[in-house]
Design a protein around this ligand. Sequence first.
Ligand SMILES: [Ca+2]
Length: 311
Amino acid sequence: MRTRIALDTDVAMGAPGSDIDDGFAIALAAADPDIQLELITTVAGNTDVRSASALALNLLQRLDRAVPVVQGAAGPLMDPWRACATTVADTGPGPAPGRAAVAIADLVLDNPGQITLVAIGPLTNIATAMLLEPRVAAAAQRIVIMGGYFFGHQNDVRVPGEFNVWADPEAARIVLGSGADLSFVGLDVTYRVRMSQEQAASLARSQGAFGAYAGRCALGWIDILRERYPHSKEHGSFALHDPLAVAAVTRPQLLQWQDAHVEVALDGVARGITIADTLGTRGAPAANCRIASGVDAPAFLDHLMTTISAC
Ligand SMILES: [Ca+2]
């Protein structure tokens, strides 16, 4: 039986100079024969929410797929001025009527125990759905989140945490405290799954129209990263953060998992950092999620490249 999912995304693929991994995640969710993609919701993050909606619709058109796209939060719960402002021109039809948090709550509550939520942007919409309808947490089959950095930290004082959690730490705290079945795919594993320049070039030559487009976007993104981070040791490749979370839905065996009690720092210089208690020592709080601690990178890349090149 196919896994029914709703995908919440801050997609920016298609906007000049923007991060592209949400686009790969949408394509993987649309093309994986084991996934039934029922809803896409958009959230401010890597781009503003109106652009994310327009770009999601554009990608679905390229993928020749009809999936409802419902627009969501324009900014995080507590400090909306953090929202990005990379507005791209709106083209074609707009998103479906309604708001993301309501659409998520309705889909989950109408199908209790059957919908997997996959969150690959800041957690604003998921948290808002839980605030509207606390039953969402128990009614969702599970929630798979690209977010967090549990065994390391970013060497960037402006963004010390993983972006999705950092961008809306209050939302992350609400989700972590919800009691939902939570799986976090964080930077510990996503930094290890990288598309090389050679793989991007090979994708750009693929038969599928979307695969060729995605390959060209990937080559452009590799160039942008080279300019933006001249001191990086990872030149010539980029991390496939979001698609790894989608792959984790139907292929959890690609990753190693461990239970953890995770909390999010909300104050001071550590705002947005996740702290994972993995020891389970006597008296420690009980685990509230599982976190990915290892990944079979070649097997994931094989799954991704095979699926996307045929799109
Ligand atoms: Ca994303």
